[in-house]
Design a protein around this ligand. Structure first.
Ligand SMILES: *[C@@H]1O[C@H](CO)[C@@H](O)[C@H](O)[C@H]1NC(C)=O
Length: 211
């Protein structure tokens, strides 16, 4: 019985996997263009940059954008910051993530492609390897594209905020997003709010046929 269930799930996953593209509603290049436009209009006035991005997305993707700007802390991979969830579904999420004081940690090894578009400040990243002694630098307006399965150490030396877009399988990423709560922060009110917002987004999108 268990064998049949596992076989059914994995063949469904396999089938969906080859059609994942069809479910995406955002594109990395459009999000990057929109971010550059917002920065050129509002510079380091990050509140205005964020509101320009969100209001523009809500006019192009009316049903899929969360206009309720609620911020929650996020602890993952040893790093700490805060996020505003703009969109979350089974195959995509779009958030504003960052910290006014900076942070440093492990990126996580994810089941989705991740595009980290820097809206304010600079992100440093490190991939270990032969001859790899210099940090990768991602200043304002650039994109740190972390391919599915890739791991980096990252650091925001001081105030830094990014528009983070992930596409692929989102639910498995939630385990990484939650792990630090159980092993370190024990901040259950934050865990509860994050679950509430994410669940509302994911189920709301599913209800209108957005996987
Ligand atoms: C934002 O502030 C940084 C640091 O002061 C500066 O280097 C950068 O040019 C500013 N960006 C814009 C778009 O004004």
């Amino acid at each position: 019985m268990l064998g049949i269930v596992i076989a059914a799930i994995s063949s469904t996953m396999y089938l969906l996997e080859s059609h994942l593209e069809k479910f995406y509603i955002f594109t990395p290049s459009n999000l990057h263009q929109l971010s550059l436009e917002a920065i050129s209009l509002h510079g380091n006035d990050t509140a205005s940059v964020v509101s320009h991005i969100v209001s523009s997305l809500s006019s192009t993707h009316p049903a899929y954008v969360n206009l309720d700007e609620e911020w929650v802390f996020n602890n993952a991979g040893g790093a700490m910051g805060a996020m505003y969830i703009i969109h979350a579904s089974i195959t995509e999420y779009l958030i504003i993530f960052g910290s006014a004081v900076g942070t440093e940690g492990h990126s996580g090894r994810h089941t989705a492609d991740d595009y980290f578009i820097i809206l304010r400040g600079e992100e440093l990243a490190y991939t270990p390897g032969k001859g790899m002694y210099e940090p990768e630098r991602y200043p304002q307006g650039t994109v740190n594209h972390m391919k599915r399965g890739v791991v980096k150490q990252y650091r925001m030396e001081t105030t830094c905020f990014a528009l983070e877009y992930a596409r692929g399988w989102i639910p498995p990423m939630l385990f990484f997003g939650y792990a630090d709560t159980f092993s370190s922060t024990l901040d259950f009110p934050t865990l509860w709010r994050t679950t509430w917002i994410t669940g509302k987004q994911m189920l709301g999108n599913l209800a209108i046929g957005k996987l």
